[in-house]
Design a protein around this ligand. Sequence first.
Ligand code: 13P
Length: 391
Amino acid sequence: MACASFAKLNAASSQWIGGHQSFSQRPRLATRRVSLPAIRAGAYTDELIKTAKTIASPGRGILAIDESNATCGRRLSSIGLDNTEPNRQAYRQLLLTTPGLGEYISGAILFEETLYQSTTDSKKFVDVLCDQKIVPGIKVDKGLVPLPGSNNESWCQGLDGLSSRSAEYYQQGARFAKWRTVVSIPCGPSALAVKEAAWGLARYAAISQDNGLVPIVEPEILLDGDHPIERTLEVAEKVWAEVFYYLAENNVIFEGILLKPSMVTPGAEHKEKASPDTIAKYTLTMLRRRVPPAVPGIMFLSGGQSEVEATLNLNAMNQSPNPWHVSFSYARALQNTVLKTWQGRPENVEAAQKALLVRAKANSLAQLGKYSAEGESEEAKKGMFVKGYTY
Ligand code: 13P
């Protein structure tokens, strides 16, 4: 591929010069060979680029259902269910077997338990996804722990043994990975916490690519705080600058990654709310300043916004062309109405699956910049922000 583009570039430049001068008359500078920056060759390079492009395909985004057992338990207890493996399996089965899901969903992030699990009639969840042309993904981080020496901040564990775990996940059918670390604005953020978050993400990304998994790079900037939107912009720019610095230092292939940023909004406790247009303006400003166009896709997290808010904000970001695919990778903003509709009852499964399709389609339209909130339910407008949320 690099060779073909190289030939094109040379052909174009000789045409441009050739109009007026013969080959021998050309100034020395113009005859220099133009070499394109090489993409680090690895066993999986082509596949990584293809996987990332498939996930970042028009009108589609990611369904995130990678809640740890503890977080899934909180979801289940909100509708009166116990946190048992059969209940987690029933819930994931409801989501993943939704007919027609693949039209709007290109990837699904799973927790390890689900990657190795099957439906109640013994079909592997991975196969259920592949039949719908949905790429299976896996959460690989091991969660957050306090970061000593910081301002009550945290760091994300999971690098030890990551290479062998990733190779096994690939064998099991996963083709992309997710690592979520967090940055807290009210806690500073300290330079130490930002550096640690960025370095951890970069090491994880390099290890994932080495094992054939497209890394989703997610430094979540928490909604917590009463700061204005300008402060979020400042912190997001700092964080992403550092993340890209270390991604480059670790020779990560930018064409084979996906980003999962928080939208740039005021803190959840700020006195004024921002409109979707303002959020889109600040978020796109931050991304244009920090994210190279080689990155194929930006897949936002919802972070505690209501389902409708998350969709409206995404729609506002797609009102004019962007250098990257701008889409969604929501957990709460795709699952809230589904859970409330299901209530753990088999007779509600079909209605709950329809509710998931409604949200998936709404976000698909928002990815294309064609969504309108007309007719959305009151439930879908309820915010889901939880102070100090853990995933
Ligand atoms: P939310 O959309 O609920 O913020 O999910 C974040 C996440 O990282 C899920 O994979």
